[in-house]
Design a protein around this ligand. Structure first.
Ligand SMILES: Nc1ncnc2c1ncn2[C@@H]1O[C@H](COP(=O)(O)OP(=O)(O)O)[C@@H](O)[C@H]1O
Ligand SMILES: [Mg+2]
Length: 506
């Protein structure tokens, strides 16, 4: 079975003349074999187009993989990513009998006993799942997302093959070190396997709903957990306008430029306040309610950023907005994103040379998502280890900017984002942030304080010299002088007080 599939992949490669991608030393015989076997292949079209057609032919999982590649211009030449971004996963829906069977299986009883009514013809169908409208026994209207039957096995098989092909590429392609094919497949594997668990998606949705409870700009449908399983997800049905339907949004009397700004605010709030963001913000997943609030659905792909990375990212953005390239460089080093021995001046110069031309453009042509991408490219030259979560964030930022500009061509990302960032930094890294952190960490101090002398000794005698200085430097840079002194005093006091309290308690 697997051999057959592999043969099919090889023949697809051959028929589309994709052997030109096999270019490493010692690969001439392989190429020759392909050329001889598939001498009749049509090699006239651009290579990107031929690659896209091949992905399409290989089925929905490959289409999804192609879509993932299309957002990696950091790894793949742009002529190819542009073609791949045209991939659409329009898959025929699975038939009503299969939907019914899947539901019966998931609930362990006939679906007629679970829903008062359900339309077995889907409202939307994609490669992994499809969505049906239904009514709960109490009459509430719901949307039911059902996994495609047998999809897990198909995915396992196809990702297995992708690993095999990626392994081949790494062996055969001269740029394989840059391409890091297996790593990309691994990332894809993770994303697509996450999408296979609808309970996980339901939990993400409900987390974001909680994060935005009472928000005036984003509404997240309620998840009906009692009806959710790994294969079926039931949520409140929303009645809202697709964000692409500008006519209808205008007709509803909604302030469209404001909508553009709100999109930016939602994204930055999710990234910085919550560290948990919707990472699939294409227009198909975004709706607008009649009261002007966004409705976000499809929480299958989420990004998350730990505190340290958020802090560094915030500093990078703020420095960016001020065109302070040194700040950008230093933030990278402080966060440990590039090796500590990186020469700041050199790194700063490299960043300047890619960013300055972009900043020269009119506002409406500046995409910070692209800027971030350029930055990663520079970073890679300086041995920056780019976390997949950052790539996800960069890609989502591009989507958000695209959407924002679609709604308001004059959108000024800086103006919308900067206040959010500055507020966040004040709250987390100003005196207030210190309090917050101390309060949160108080229980831990009891354990840590007795170890303090040892820790200090360890830091001072550590084999990574300068670590302490760097830590102090980064702290200093983050705050103004006065705040710094205050902070230091507050810190010492707090440690002493906590120490006393802990002692008294013990
Ligand atoms: N809660 C909902 N209310 C109304 N329509 C929904 C809801 N959830 C999904 N849909 C419809 O189903 C489509 C696909 O849902 P989505 O969750 O984005 O699935 P996929 O992961 O396949 O993209 C949406 O574009 C929308 O039209
Ligand atoms: Mg979707």
């Amino acid at each position: 079975m697997r051999v057959l599939r592999l043969l099919r992949i090889l023949s697809t490669i051959g028929r589309h003349g994709l052997d030109e991608f096999i270019a490493g030393p010692g690969t001439a015989p392989v190429r020759l074999a392909f050329r001889t076997l598939f001498f009749w292949a049509d090699r006239r079209g651009p290579r990107g187009e031929r690659l896209r057609l091949a992905f399409q032919e290989l089925g929905p999982i490959f289409v999804k993989f192609g879509q993932l590649l299309s957002i990696r211009p950091d790894l793949i030449p742009t002529d190819i990513t542009e073609e791949l971004s045209k991939l659409q996963d329009s898959v025929p829906p699975f038939p009503p009998e299969q939907v019914a069977a899947a539901l019966d299986r998931a609930y362990g009883k006939p679906h007629a006993e679970v829903f008062r009514t359900i339309d077995l013809v889907p409202v939307a169908s994609a490669s992994v799942a499809q969505v049906h409208f239904a009514e709960l026994p109490d009459g509430r209207e719901v949307a039911v997302k059902v996994l495609r039957p047998g999809i897990a096995a198909t995915i396992d098989e196809d990702t297995g093959l992708l690993y095999a092909v990626a392994g081949l590429i790494e062996r055969l392609h001269p740029l394989s070190e840059l391409l890091r094919a297996r790593e990309v497949v691994h990332e894809f594997d993770k994303i697509i396997h996450d999408e296979l668990d609808l309970l996980r998606e339901a939990s993400s949705m409900s987390t974001v709903r909680r994060n935005f409870a009472g928000s005036a700009i984003l509404y997240v449908p309620d998840v009906h957990f009692d009806w959710c399983t790994r294969e079926v997800m039931v949520m409140e049905r929303i009645d809202a306008i697709p964000v692409n339907d500008l006519e209808a949004i205008r007709a509803a009397g909604i302030d469209i430029p404001r909508l553009g700004r709100n999109g930016v605010e939602i994204f930055f709030t999710q990234v910085f306040r919550d560290g948990f963001f919707h990472a699939d913000m294409h227009p198909g997943n975004i709706f607008v309610a009649r009261d002007g609030r966004y409705c976000g659905i499809d929480y299958g792909i989420m990004g998350s950023l730990p505190d340290v990375d958020r802090n560094c990212l915030a500093m990078i953005f703020v420095a960016f907005f001020k065109r302070d390239y040194r700040g950008v460089a230093v933030a990278h080093i402080d966060a440990g994103w590039v090796p500590p021995e990186t020469r700041v001046e050199e790194f700063e110069g490299a960043i300047r040379s890619v960013c300055e031309p972009i900043f020269d453009k009119p506002l409406k042509d500046i995409y910070f998502g692209k800027l971030l991408l350029r930055l990663f490219e520079v970073g890679r030259r300086f041995r920056m280890d780019i976390q997949p979560q950052l790539v996800l964030l960069q890609k989502t930022l591009l989507q958000v900017e695209g959407l924002g500009r679609h709604l308001d061509p004059e959108l000024d990302l800086r103006r919308s984002a900067q206040p959010i960032l500055e507020k966040w930094m004040r709250e987390n890294y100003g005196p207030r942030g210190l309090w917050k952190q101390l309060a949160a960490e108080a229980p831990m101090w009891g354990r840590t304080i007795p170890q303090l002398p040892r820790l200090v000794h360890k830091v001072l005698s550590d084999d990574a010299p300068g670590r302490l200085e760097r830590a102090i430097l980064s702290l200093e840079k983050a705050q103004r002088r006065q705040t710094r002194i205050l902070l230091a005093i507050a810190f010492i006091l707090a440690v002493m007080v906590t120490g006393l309290v802990v002692q008294a308690l013990l």
